[in-house]
Design a protein around this ligand. Structure first.
Ligand SMILES: [Zn+2]
Length: 283
């Protein structure tokens, strides 16, 4: 008989221990500091130690930008059709279903009308978790409709991008959205209604090549990757080594590609101030 018996009933298995603490602490991807999740959330998901901007989903982004949760979302039920019957490792249909399950959205964008520091605005926010925030027919249609709404109601337009670019699975149809949205934006120019583009990490491909760069103000979050083609493709084409920080927000503002890099915690105030400048103060 053993002198000591170890009771296995109360023993906490490592996986259980992990479950209990999961989500309370988060490790910063940049400075590796361990941050209390509550602190991180209170700081709009920006690392309090080093200022690294964590990715946030579209809904959280809306909460950061709009005054309260009384905003009205629209075109929420638009769904894409699989026009090409596209299949890679999985079928496009499977990818759509999985993305819908993860995000609760029907496609990679939320459109809303709400108040930003008391001023009504139309906002479109891209959802990166939905097939890499890729732009297909639905994203294109929703943005175009949102722009038309801004035009009809004479409201400022804001688009927050987080995207890998056009949606491969929709081929030329996704590329057409670039032209469609760009021509809708011309209406706002003619009506002298401001359009602000906010680029977050990452904003690339066809999204950068169309509406993300067409703002009256093109803003970006610190450290955001913004570009058209990836650095490897560019290096192979021009046969040169690219400079450090190439395609990051700070590099682009230095080279005149975008207008300002604004920390997330100051973004709402910055946009409100810019809209005061464009439209005059709110009543
Ligand atoms: Zn950090």
């Amino acid at each position: 008989m053993a002198w000591f018996e170890k009771s296995t009933d109360d023993a906490v298995r490592p996986e259980q221990r992990r479950v209990r603490t999961e989500g309370l602490w988060i490790k910063c991807d940049s400075c590796r500091a361990t941050i209390w999740k509550k602190d991180l959330e209170a700081n709009q998901m920006v690392c309090p130690k080093c200022g690294f901007h964590f990715k946030v989903d579209a809904l959280t982004r809306l909460k950061f930008l709009l005054d309260d949760e009384n905003w009205e979302t629209f075109d929420t039920n638009l769904r894409t059709t699989d026009v090409l019957g596209f299949v890679d490792k999985k079928t496009y249909q499977e990818r759509l279903e999985k993305a819908e399950l993860t995000t609760g959205l029907k496609d990679a964008l939320i459109s809303a009308v709400g108040n930003l520091n008391g001023r009504p605005v139309v906002v479109c926010v891209m959802e990166y978790r939905f097939i890499g925030g890729s732009m297909g027919a639905v994203v294109g249609e929703k943005i175009t409709r949102a722009i038309e709404r801004a035009y009809e109601r004479k409201l400022p337009m804001i688009i927050v991008s987080a995207s890998g670019g056009a949606r491969m699975m929709e081929g030329a149809v996704s590329l057409m959205q670039m032209a469609k949205i760009s021509s809708a934006l011309v209406k706002l120019v003619q009506a002298r209604i401001p359009y602000l583009s906010l680029m977050t990490d990452p904003t690339t491909g066809g999204v950068t090549a169309s509406y993300a760069m067409l703002g009256d103000l093109n803003l970006a979050e610190p450290g955001a990757l913004i570009g058209f083609a990836g650095p490897r493709v560019i290096e192979q084409t021009i046969r040169q080594k690219l400079p450090k920080g190439f395609q990051r927000a700070e590099f682009l503002v230095e080279h005149g590609m975008i207008d300002a890099v604004v920390p997330r915690t100051e973004m709402k105030g910055f946009i409100a101030h810019a809209l005061d400048f464009f439209c005059g103060p709110t009543q």
